[in-house]
Design a protein around this ligand. Sequence first.
Ligand code: AMP
Ligand code: GLY
Length: 425
Amino acid sequence: MRILLIGGGGREHALAWKLAQSDKVEKIFAAPGNPGIGLIKKCSCIDLKLDDLEKVADYAEEESIDLTVVGPEATLVAGIADVFKRRGLPVFGPSKAAARLEGSKAFSKELMAKYNIPTAFFKICEDMETAKAYVKEKGAPIVVKADGLAAGKGVVVAMTEAEALEAIEEMMGDHKFGSAGSCIVLEEYMEGEEASLLAFTDGKTVVPMLAAQDHKRIYDNDKGPNTGGMGTYAPAPVMTDILRLKATERILKPVVAAMAKEGTPYQGCLYAGLMIKDDVIKVVEFNCRFGDPETQVVLPLLESDLADIMLACATGTLEQADVSWSDKAAVCVVMASGGYPGSYETGKPISGLSAAGNKENTVVFHAGTKNVNGNIVTAGGRVLGVTAVDDNIRAARDRAYEAVENIKFDGAFYRKDIAWRALKR
Ligand code: AMP
Ligand code: GLY
């Protein structure tokens, strides 16, 4: 199988790493890929403009690509799957209409309301007066969300009315997120513990993965501003087998069925961000792609052939695919540039990558790195995701931190408490 992989972050490194383990995969072209992906034997990083989707499809035809796997939401929301499908090219990832589950929070909330899928109460507001009046009526805490894609920054959990009003002013008045904030969703504040449950689907069959837990805040003890995710572990014990089954039956399967019923079948990876409290599960959000860094802990625990599963999703045969999981645990510690998620410097040389990566049951996924004359330097906020697998979460965590200690770069920052909720249990 020849695969085209779109994207170049830690998530895509994990996808490439797992796909390359398949005997059936002969070659992976990653656009743009990253230096970590470039080190995988079967992988080549290519320079392909992603703004012209017809040209991307031309490339897939010229290179006799059997399957295209799309990592980032922006490319899916832009409609890459529609172009590929029209041209008869197998692609893993939802169509533009189906990707609205992530691309428009208003769409996703209305769909959940229509099909009785459990989520927080909400109001969709298209003008500032309505939004402000609703906040004054409901009071705080309240959650303010920009409707469109805002690179993970479009959600404000306001603990006071003033914070909520300020967020509305920024999104709708100052257009902080451009057109993404011209419509907003105001949402009831939910308490509980979060988990990410991702699923494979071909539009009919839904197969959940192992639940993972992300650590969104920058500092230990979940303090400080939100980030893209500072570390993950799987399986997350908050999601017991019974709750996972419940989430599958009450949330994942109904959403996929709803999308089919609406005439916009959903195919690819469906990511459900869930809030769990006293065995009640509600949806926080849907994403139309794999999570980052959830993928870096979920895929190392997948025992089946990822290329087979993805091709089965793309061709509507997931029911026949084998999807089995290891009973081990994985922990990923993200190493970030000092200053992230605010401003940070780049170009810092990184040492110790092979010492860390050569350790047993350890993989160093590249997220924001660059190769400058043979030296790997930092090139982003989240730089690396160091994943280790072991018999249980505690052992996997210790193994991951042991590897992290080998890696040095100027200003390197990472959380010291990844998996604390699991270990506290
Ligand atoms: P989202 O981008 O929708 O995942 O939101 C980012 C983060 O904001 C989530 O991971 C939650 O921690 C938090 N959040 C979003 N919606 C709510 C809500 N209704 N209640 C409490 N926290 C929320
Ligand atoms: N780690 C959160 C996300 O991928 O959206």
